[in-house]
Design a protein around this ligand. Structure first.
Ligand SMILES: Cc1ncc(COP(=O)(O)O)c(C=O)c1O
Length: 436
């Protein structure tokens, strides 16, 4: 054993012992950025963190106190693996808003939607199995699934959501049974911000049925709409869709409470796997969630927080118009937390990040939102408007634009010097999207 030297990176003498699945996993760029984002001089466009400072904290603390005094020891004891009956009832109520009629037996409470992703990976993915996601997609899903060593095929989206024409071609190529499941975030996608149209939703479900593939709908942002009409959830259109929900973006991510709704045979497997994972989720957190949704005017609270998100989104879109160069394009979300920016192919946002950090801004480089080693997304970035105030967002976009302009100026100088002909720039790799 070597002594551990504080502050120094320690040589990993256990490398030969790790399972191969660990070799294919990587840490989340966003988690790594959290340390930087918490510095007071940094404007964070990186994390998808909800504005919990606007929660009625007095009420929340009363809710938490009542959770212990009224529920007694129940909240402090081990609970059911599948979650508390009362929490499931709250979930059933929440789902009714989306025209989804479920009973507690259809629901398992999970430690955030993140745990549900991991449990699904554990239940369905053998090494080398194909799964399909949007490209780009939620990097936490990539992390969760990667542990089970699938082959992840990504399907680009445009402003109508996942390109079902490309999905159809991919499914045809793979043949019946060629993929295990399609994982999608159809509403206010992370990182794209786009929402799948109703027509595309129907096409996706028809294809899934034709090729006998499970559909997993991840829906953390569905309630955060700032304009336009709601589009039915995939689960509303097809009861065989596996649906993931969470309180993280509509209440508090610190309570780590999410849920999975699935056909019973699938749920039975998920519950069995969950026993080995955590025995049960936190009963105390579930009690707090129950009291919050049953006893406080949470809808009004969420409406008023959503107005703030709406103003922040407007500030970001306006600043992008004003400051970003004509070579950039970006999505225009009607809800959720994120905008996806695409820069010219030769740009590398991973390299730009350290310069942006020096200028006091963080964002998520696009390649983190694609499977490792795919080489995709290097010229793209995810910027979140959920966390900072409008003035800070405007300032961050101004600074980011300056970083991009610097790179572009360098490139133009290279072209002028004949060192880097424009024609050699790599072909487009990322998602179609509405340009400015
Ligand atoms: C698309 C998506 N799925 C799942 C999660 C994880 O949510 P939870 O906090 O419920 O684990 C997130 C969090 O950002 C997300 O954006």
């Amino acid at each position: 054993m070597t002594a551990k030297l504080p502050g120094l990176i320690q040589f990993d003498e256990w490398r030969a012992l790790y399972a191969s699945r660990v070799e294919t996993m990587r840490t989340s760029a966003v988690r790594d950025l959290f340390a930087a984002a918490s510095r007071s001089d940094i404007i964070s466009l990186s994390g998808g963190m909800p504005d919990i400072a606007r929660l009625p904290l007095d009420e929340v603390s009363q809710v938490a106190a009542r959770a212990i005094t009224e529920e007694g020891v129940a909240g402090l004891q081990y609970g059911n693996t599948t979650g508390r009956e009362q929490t499931k009832q709250v979930v059933c109520e929440l789902m009714r808003d989306f025209n989804i009629e479920v009973v507690p037996a259809d629901v398992t409470i999970t430690t955030g939607a993140q745990q549900a992703l991991d449990l699904l990976g554990k239940c369905f993915i053998n090494q080398g199995d194909v799964i399909i996601t949007e490209g780009p997609t939620y990097l936490g899903a990539l992390q969760a699934f990667s542990a089970y060593q699938p082959s992840i095929q990504t399907i680009p989206f445009d402003e109508q959501g996942m390109r079902t024409d490309l999905l159809a071609a991919e499914l045809k190529r793979l043949g019946p049974g060629g993929a295990k499941f399609i994982y999608t975030i159809p509403t206010f996608q992370n990182p794209g911000g786009v929402t799948m149209s109703l027509a595309r939703r129907r096409e996706l479900l028809a294809l899934a049925r034709e090729y006998n593939i499970l559909v997993v709908e991840d829906d953390p942002y569905g309630r955060l709409r700032y304009e336009g009409e709601a589009v039915p959830c995939l689960r509303e259109l097809d009861a065989e869709v596996v649906y993931l929900g969470t309180v993280s973006k509509v209440f508090a991510p610190g309570l780590r409470t999410g849920w999975i709704i699935a056909p019973h045979p699938i749920l039975n497997k998920v519950n069995m796997v969950k026993q080995g994972t955590d025995l049960c989720g936190s009963a105390l957190n579930q009690v707090i969630v129950e009291h919050y949704f049953n006893d406080t005017p949470w809808r009004e609270t969420l409406d008023s927080i959503s107005l703030r998100y709406r103003a922040r989104r407007a500030a970001m879109l306006e600043a992008l118009e004003e400051f970003f160069p004509p070579e950039a394009s970006w999505t225009r979300p009607s809800g959720g937390f994120f905008v996806w920016v695409t820069l010219p192919d030769f740009m590398d946002t991973g390299q730009m990040l350290s310069v942006a950090l020096e200028k006091g801004v963080t964002f998520v480089p696009g390649d983190g939102c694609y499977p490792a080693g795919s080489g995709l997304g290097r010229n793209a970035m995810r910027i979140a408007f959920c966390y900072e105030e409008p003035e800070a967002i405007r300032e961050a976009i101004r600074r980011l634009a300056a970083v991009i302009e610097d790179r572009l100026a360098l490139y133009r100088a290279f072209i002028q010097a004949g060192a880097f002909p424009a024609a050699t720039a790599p072909a487009a790799t990322t998602t179609d999207q509405k340009s400015r």
